[in-house]
Design a binder for this molecule. Structure first.
Ligand SMILES: Nc1nc2c(c(=O)[nH]1)N[C@H]1C(S)=C(S)[C@@H](COP(=O)(O)O)O[C@H]1N2
Ligand SMILES: [Mo]
Length: 392
């Protein structure tokens, strides 16, 4: 092919690809994009910080301080995590719509400009890819739907750093544009008769974000539960608390009905086998504590049982060592958890025997379960078999 033919072919291809001007909606432009971007940035910031906190509760690190209270802390941080992630969906969609004609901008082939343009487009590709990945996997996880084969936790954690890094880079690059955009007011009048104005577009987007939050979180608020049309958990369950994994699902039904069940308590001084009556004979403490699942749902309960510190004291354990809890459950990732030493001495860290004044429902962990404040539900191990002070 000669140079002329090549140029002709390139021109024909170019003519078939739309240009940014072809999309010409008056609603697009930096004024709308910047305002959407600020709220999207806030939503991602909230998701990142609350997600990091949730991660370190489940994978403690000596560098990250964890708070043992207030009791509802995790309920609030994780509720915010899922609510902000849900609100980000309409914000991201409208923001992508507002900039997508720029995808068709023709690059300049002057080397310096081309490199800059590739860097900018590359960073945006990374940003959009990571943002979409985080929202899709996060929402699918809160719906308990895992249509993938990778490990959700490590992928969502790793991509969180990519997402927040590319958000920060994007903000830095766009700061001058954002400043200029906020210097100008958003038009309240439509550009054409009968068309919506930019302000209407923005207000509709804010409203959808707010509705998304209500529809996912209202299940936690008695009286308005019926508004929670997007919530996976109805806010109902035996003894007023929804169930995550049932006794049948965990394959423990026969084990927990066995009259020979004993709770093994192991510590530096001795190992004991305690029956349910032994546990009932110990001093009982009442605590009002929520189950707050990483998936975003939560529910408060009134629990009664034996303090963890009283139990470990029987086997020579103090409040200076982590305590490991193991379930009767034969398989599954959530059959064990570790209660860090900072929680062991708390008044309301309990091996619970009752919920709402009755023995635990089989699905809530009968004969006994761990319940402690300000922790993810996934660490509140059900159907306990063994409690062990971690010592050398
Ligand atoms: N043994 C065991 N304990 C468990 C689980 C489990 O799968 N197995 N699920 C955890 C999760 S993810 C949550 S959110 C809570 C839910 O407690 P609930 O079903 O009593 O509401 O239990 C936790 N305890
Ligand atoms: Mo959970």
């Amino acid at each position: 092919m000669s140079d002329r033919q090549l140029a002709g072919l390139a021109a024909r291809i170019d003519a078939r690809i739309p240009h940014p001007e072809d999309f010409g909606s008056e609603l697009r432009g930096p004024r709308t994009t910047a305002r959407l971007g600020v709220w999207l940035g806030v939503a991602f910031g909230v998701c990142f910080l609350t997600g990091l906190y949730s991660h370190y509760l489940q994978h403690p690190s000596p560098w990250v301080p964890l708070l043992t209270g207030p009791a509802r802390l995790y309920q609030v941080t994780q509720g915010l995590h899922v609510a902000a992630g849900t609100a980000a969906v309409p914000l991201l969609l409208v923001k992508l719509w507002s900039v997508f004609p720029r995808f068709f901008e023709r690059p300049s082939f002057a080397p310096r400009r081309l490199v800059l343009a590739l860097l900018e487009k590359g960073s945006i590709a990374l940003l959009v890819g990571a943002a979409v990945f985080q929202l899709v996997t996060g929402l699918a996880n809160s719906a308990q739907w895992y249509p993938w084969s990778f490990d959700f936790i490590s992928a969502h954690f790793a991509l969180a750093w990519v997402a927040i890094g590319s958000v920060l880079l994007h903000v830095a690059v766009k700061l001058p544009v954002v400043r200029r955009a906020f210097g100008a007011p958003v038009e309240t009048r439509p550009a054409r008769e009968g068309a919506p104005s930019r302000r209407t577009l923005l207000r509709t987007t804010w409203l959808s974000a707010a509705l998304a939050v209500v529809a996912t979180t209202a299940a936690e608020v008695p009286g308005v539960r019926r508004l929670a049309v997007l919530a996976v958990r109805s806010g109902e369950g035996p003894q007023g608390v929804p169930i995550n994994r049932s006794a049948i699902g965990a394959d423990v039904v026969d084990l927990l009905a066995d009259p020979a069940w004993r709770l093994t308590v192991a510590g530096p001084a001795r190992t004991l086998e305690l029956s349910l009556d032994d546990l009932r004979g110990m001093p009982q403490t009442e605590a009002v504590l929520p189950i707050a699942c990483v998936e975003g749902w939560s529910a408060g309960g009134t629990w009664r049982g034996v303090r963890v510190r009283d139990l470990v004291a029987l086997v020579g354990g103090g409040t200076d060592r982590d305590v490991a809890f193991t379930s009767l459950q034969p398989r599954g990732g959530y059959r064990t958890s570790t209660l860090p030493a900072a929680w062991v001495g708390l008044d309301d860290s309990l091996v619970a025997l009752t919920l709402a004044g009755e023995p635990l429902h089989p699905d809530h962990g009968f004969p006994c379960r761990l319940i402690a404040p300000a922790r993810p539900g996934v660490l509140q191990t059900k159907w306990l078999a063994r409690v062990e002070v971690m010592w050398e």
